[in-house]
Design a protein around this ligand. Structure first.
Ligand code: ATP
Ligand code: MG
Length: 459
């Protein structure tokens, strides 16, 4: 909405002209884009899990010829899965649905340390490290800094996006991470300063839009979808913080975000946290370099993308979501116990018998992946393509050693199916693990790539 004063011939103000634009349609298109993105991402993930799972199962088979090609297939699919996950993550954040931020005590120095490690491990699409010998990473963000209340995971994601951008767009010089705290305003500001290619002032606003990049041409030489800064902006907004950039073409850029020490009280009732897997797959760290420099002295000229609120700090992105899950909370992972001997429905496991794992999932590729994974193990896979089929199996057979229950089970949702089963079978008698493609809370996430992990549950 814009306004202008209306004057008469003598230049007296006689009124105000209001100019407005109806943005309802634009907002609808935005909403549609976001939900399309979520739907597409979801549909893309299932076949990718299949490709990753099957190629990893092939690699377990020692006789597999052309191992190198299979590894490449697996790596490509994993990479694509990362893109899809990031898409889902962004669309979820933009939707701001059902997913309130966690309220973790966040040590920003720890976050910075973790981010540097992650950047050191990151590789590009050719599998080459994204670090450049000509670019020095300088992390001056050290304690003592106040511990802030924020979403630790989102904080890591935020700083990682900024630092990885700085590295990507800098060919010579340095990337410096620093911070300052304001005890009066109770805010902490983090700076990521680089000596890279810079951004022209005309483009400073649009780079924060989803899928927008300064160079839109097809010949642009940098990887990426243009999602990182949109995600950063949303994270910062949700924490009631601010995000700003100052840049000079050819000289470098400084991005800064400010987060309050405490998240606003009105959000507290909603704050439940992100316990699901939000892994950003990156190759894992080696060592970390840290050097002391002064906190950046920044003033004026900021293109400000601040808005409402703030999150983030650290759970490390992981390459193996299943492994991560097996050690974290969640999932019905009361695990097939060795104590089955006392159970009412003891499976008759003789010397030559195999323990049965009942997999409830209508996706044949998922089932095939599971079959391949369990092939050389002590488990025999029994497949049910709906919850009804699973119930029939249970009526006619002793309880299996373990049920793997897809969250989106045809016939009944995973959680409802779980509740139904629990009325009849205790966790000791019938261990159940819920699996999901989406990294939902209390599940393990596909691709489940290792039989070893299953044995953790069944030991
Ligand atoms: N430190 C920087 N120096 C120069 N340009 C930058 C910097 N950070 C961001 N940009 C510009 O802003 C654009 C948007 O950044 P953003 O992080 O959203 O996307 P991306 O890095 O291109 O892709 P993605 O983050 O999805 O991998 C970049 O494409 C680049 O043009
Ligand atoms: Mg980026």
């Amino acid at each position: 909405m814009g306004t202008a004063q209306r004057m008469d011939r003598e230049k007296n103000v006689v009124g105000t002209i209001y100019i407005g634009q109806d943005v309802t349609e634009l907002k609808d298109i935005d909403e549609w884009k976001i939900s399309m993105m979520a739907m597409m991402s979801h549909e893309l993930k299932s076949p990718l899990h299949g490709i990753i799972g099957l190629s990893q199962a092939m690699l377990l088979d020692k006789s597999t010829a052309q191992k190198g090609s299979v590894v490449m297939i697996s790596n490509c699919a994993t990479r694509l899965l990362d893109v899809v996950r990031n898409l889902m993550d962004t669309s979820e954040l933009l939707h701001r649905r059902n997913r309130p931020l966690a309220r973790d005590p966040v040590h920003l120095a720890g976050v910075a340390e973790e981010v540097v490690l992650l950047c050191q491990q990151a590789v590009d699409k050719r599998g080459v490290s994204t670090m450049k010998p000509s670019v020095k990473i300088i992390n001056t963000l050290v304690e003592p800094l106040p511990v802030i209340e924020a979403d630790a995971y989102r904080c890591t994601q935020l700083l990682y996006s900024l630092v990885s951008n700085a590295i990507k767009f800098t060919h010579k010089g340095s990337v410096t991470i620093s911070a300052s705290a304001d005890d009066v305003e109770e805010k902490v500001t983090v700076y990521v300063k680089d000596t890279g290619i810079g951004i022209s002032s005309d483009n400073l606003d649009r780079i924060f839009e989803p899928f927008d990049q300064e160079d839109r041409s097809e010949k642009r030489g940098y990887e990426g979808l243009g999602m990182g800064l949109a995600l950063c902006r949303e994270i910062v907004h949700q924490h009631r913080g601010t995000l700003a950039v100052k840049s000079q073409k050819g000289k470098g850029s400084t991005f800064q975000f400010t987060l309050p020490y405490k998240m606003p009280v009105e959000d507290k009732a909603e704050g439940k946290g992100y316990e699901d897997d939000k892994s950003v797959s990156l190759r894992v760290p080696a060592t970390q370099t840290r050097q002391s420099t002064n906190i950046s002295d920044l003033s004026g000229g900021w293109s400000n993308n601040s808005a409402p609120s703030a999150p983030v700090m650290g759970r490390a992105p992981t390459l193996d979501p299943l492994a991560a899950r097996s050690t974290s909370s969640g999932a019905e992972r009361d695990g097939p116990s060795k104590n089955l001997a006392g159970a009412q429905y003891l499976p008759d496991v003789g010397e030559d018998s195999q323990l049965v794992v009942l997999s409830v999932d209508d996706d044949m590729i998922n089932q095939q992946v599971m079959t391949s994974l369990l092939q050389s193990s002590q488990y025999k896979l029994q497949v049910a393509s709906s919850f009804g089929e699973a119930l029939n199996y249970l009526l006619e057979n002793p309880p299996p050693a373990l049920i793997l229950l897809e969250v989106m089970t045809p016939g009944l949702s995973g959680p409802d199916a779980l509740r139904t089963l629990r009325k009849k079978y205790s966790a000791e008698v019938l261990p159940i693990i819920m699996i999901s493609a989406n990294g939902d809370k209390d599940t393990i996430t596909r691709p489940s790539s290792r039989v070893g992990n299953l044995s953790t549950f069944s030991a």
